[in-house]
Design a protein around this ligand. Sequence first.
Ligand SMILES: NC(=O)c1ccc[n+]([C@@H]2O[C@H](COP(=O)([O-])OP(=O)(O)OC[C@H]3O[C@@H](n4cnc5c(N)ncnc54)[C@H](O)[C@@H]3O)[C@@H](O)[C@H]2O)c1
Length: 267
Amino acid sequence: MRDGRLKGQVAWISGGTKGIGEGAARLFAREGAAVAIIGRDVKDGKRVVDTIAGEGGKALFIPCDVTKADQVETSIEQTVGHFGGLQILVNNAGIVDVRALHEYSEEQFTRVMDVNVKSMFLAFKYAFPHLKANAQSYVVNIGSISSYVGQDGTPVYTSSKGAVLQLSRSIGLDYARYGIRSNCVCPGITDTPMLHEHLDKAPDPAAHLAERLRRVPLGRILTPEDIAKAILYFSCEDSAGITATSLIVDGGYLAAAEWDCGASDST
Ligand SMILES: NC(=O)c1ccc[n+]([C@@H]2O[C@H](COP(=O)([O-])OP(=O)(O)OC[C@H]3O[C@@H](n4cnc5c(N)ncnc54)[C@H](O)[C@@H]3O)[C@@H](O)[C@H]2O)c1
């Protein structure tokens, strides 16, 4: 293991068992952090821990439903107990539930808000005593392009991601005095199990993806590693001086009003 940018740091990453969270966990471990992988799926959790160990890194899987206060508190205490501290909190776990607003039950609405937003409050609440013990600590919350724009059929997801952006800003403002920087990474269309779950609902998933990518100037699907690099940036002193803001990693999606980006050659 080379001396990386996160040498000596301990990171707690929710939803680290797959997708963007797994990408961040693996990158963080390669950069020298000890990583607590927080999630519900024991099999995937162990797989990621084994992968990281095979790459010479340090990781621990802690089973936890991030909507449950007692489990979140225990996961933070286990992280600190095992690795001796906590400097980086990555709130990545999230779900999407596609349906029209009037078709949501109260329970379905609350579930999306609890996983995507309440979890971040809980994690920060229990991590704060440990984060404030460090000269510098980092909170990175995962928003979305939906933090900025609405998208078809996902009214509660887009609402929750708007809230994630504002919560990230609020934490940045209120806790700067404790040496805590808080920022939000907002991914665009990224190749993860969540995206495929979403695409698989379309009659022709590949055609649906191709249609969505017409809106992306870079013209390609993002990888979990593309997003992990932005999470890393906010989790170390490469981003010193930056707090209470966001970084959009979307291949240019939000810059465009057109649908056929790059389809015609006007240059
Ligand atoms: N994939 C995309 O295109 C995309 C785009 C924008 C934003 N995002 C955001 O990125 C984050 C990661 O998404 P992903 O695409 O990797 O999704 P994913 O479904 O592949 O992974 C989500 C992770 O969150 C975990 N999780 C969900 N509910 C949980 C709970 N109650 N307790 C503990 N863990 C829980 C899952 O087990 C999984 O490990 C999410 O916040 C998502 O909204 C993804």
